[in-house]
Write a protein that binds this ligand. Structure first.
Ligand SMILES: Cc1cc2nc3c(=O)[nH]c(=O)nc-3n(C[C@H](O)[C@H](O)[C@H](O)COP(=O)(O)OP(=O)(O)OC[C@H]3O[C@@H](n4cnc5c(N)ncnc54)[C@H](O)[C@@H]3O)c2cc1C
Length: 375
């Protein structure tokens, strides 16, 4: 999560004195119950980061048309639908016939939304995947609308690239809106608070070993409601600097389940299969294949332009009365009230280039304690 972006989206800086707790007053949000004994699960996932941005391109190989569609970094859920529309356009440009069966490899955010996009365009889809939710990296995502999170480096963000990214983000945003108001709540809007101990203009230390990322927030500022600085009497947090913002949230388990159900209802087939080499593509019955293997593309294709970026999240007991997110600037902690739990995510110092999937409980407990200081 790029705090710099959210800060930009929320406006300028405020400098206010600390104040006493008062969660009881009616306009104030309910306090989050954050303590280490409420951690019921810790998940770890890998962001498939690609310095050049997601790879969405066609290739002829083994007598097949391969559409590569992976490398969405920390933005996969956010960009998914718009990205899938680009993959569809490549298939159509390559002459895919209406009603033809297309193979989609991968059952994460990108594979599922690609499969649905193809079905809606009139194609039959057979989905092949080594793992399915909740065992995919996409299931470990926090669930915020962050189309500009670790999606490209400064070096590769040309004006043409940014224009393509913006179109993709806008198209995706539009489709996500169609999932609002459903009983299982796959997509919801929530208020959030950006809080800081220091002035919002104070520079932040970057993460170890990470490249510079472009600041893309201004390009989609109209898709993020403007925030408001809160005076000391207007918020209950034990910190001086607070801004309120409003944010699109994905309840990942509900979203995945709905996509899988819709896929099956439209006669989609799901085949559990691990491809050990791209040569296996030649054996598929389908002539056209969309490769949505995410971080798996590193091993499958020997893709060297991808860097794994580890992310760990603690799941606390769900607290349904909490309806706001918290971003603790400078402390590197994000708290998100999802229907399946109160999620507390914190980047570690050495997560860039790290694909270690073992949970580090001490790291999550430390993040929970830092957040607890606010209440
Ligand atoms: C901690 C964390 C927090 C995040 N938070 C957000 C967020 O708030 N908002 C947001 O937009 N994004 C977020 N992301 C990023 C987002 O989750 C990723 O961009 C997204 O998961 C990428 O999806 P994917 O489908 O490409 O990959 P995956 O979810 O990894 O899916 C890949 C699929 O391909 C299959 N596969 C791989 N290799 C093979 C093979 N050889 N043979 C057969 N099948 C194979 C896998 O089994 C799987 O089904 C977060 C990511 C993490 C880790």
């Amino acid at each position: 999560m790029k705090r710099r972006h959210l800060l930009a989206a929320c406006g300028g800086a405020v400098a206010l004195p600390a104040r006493a707790l008062d969660f009881a007053s009616p306009p104030f949000p309910t306090a989050m119950r954050v303590s280490t004994d409420r951690i019921v699960d810790i998940t770890v996932g890998i962001r498939p980061f690609r310095a050049q941005g997601p790879r969405i391109e066609a290739e002829k190989r083994f007598g097949k048309t391969l559409i590569h569609h992976y490398g969405h970094g920390g933005s996969g859920w956010s960009l998914s639908w718009g990205s899938a529309q680009r993959a569809l356009a490549l298939l159509q440009a390559g002459g895919a016939n209406a009603g033809e069966r297309i193979a989609v490899i991968g059952c994460g955010a990108i594979g599922l939304t690609t499969a649905r996009t193809l079905q809606q365009a009139g194609y039959k889809v057979r989905l092949y995947a080594k793992d399915r939710p909740p065992l995919v990296h996409s299931s470990a995502a926090t669930g915020l609308w962050t189309p500009d999170s670790r999606v490209v480096t400064n070096e590769h963000a040309s004006e043409a690239w940014i224009a393509g990214w913006e179109a993709m983000a806008r198209a995706s945003f539009k489709v996500h809106q169609g999932y609002l108001g459903l009983p299982s709540g796959p997509v919801e809007w929530h208020d959030g608070y950006l809080v800081a101990d220091e002035d919002f203009n104070a520079p932040l230390a970057g993460h170890v070993g990470e490249p510079d990322y472009p600041d893309l927030a201004d390009r989609i500022a109209d898709l993020r409601p403007q925030g408001k600085a809160l005076a000391s009497g207007e918020h209950p947090f034990r910190t001086s600097h607070v801004r309120r913002f409003t944010q699109l949230v994905f309840n990942i388990p509900a979203y995945q389940r709905l996509l899988l159900e819709d896929f099956a209802r439209d006669r989609g087939e799901l085949v559990q299969h691990e491809f050990r080499s791209p040569r296996e593509f030649a054996q598929l019955r389908e002539k056209r294949i969309v490769n949505c293997t995410g971080d798996g593309a590193r091993a499958l294709l020997g893709e060297t332009s991808m860097t794994p970026v580890r992310g760990q999240t603690a799941h606390l007991v769900p607290q349904t009365e909490v309806n706001y997110a918290l971003i603790y600037r400078g402390q590197n902690v994000v708290a998100l009230p999802r229907r399946d739990g109160l999620l507390i995510a914190a980047m570690g110092e050495h997560d860039f280039g790290n694909d270690d999937l073992r949970p580090d409980r001490g790291h999550s407990e430390d993040a929970v304690r830092r957040l607890a200081r606010l209440f």
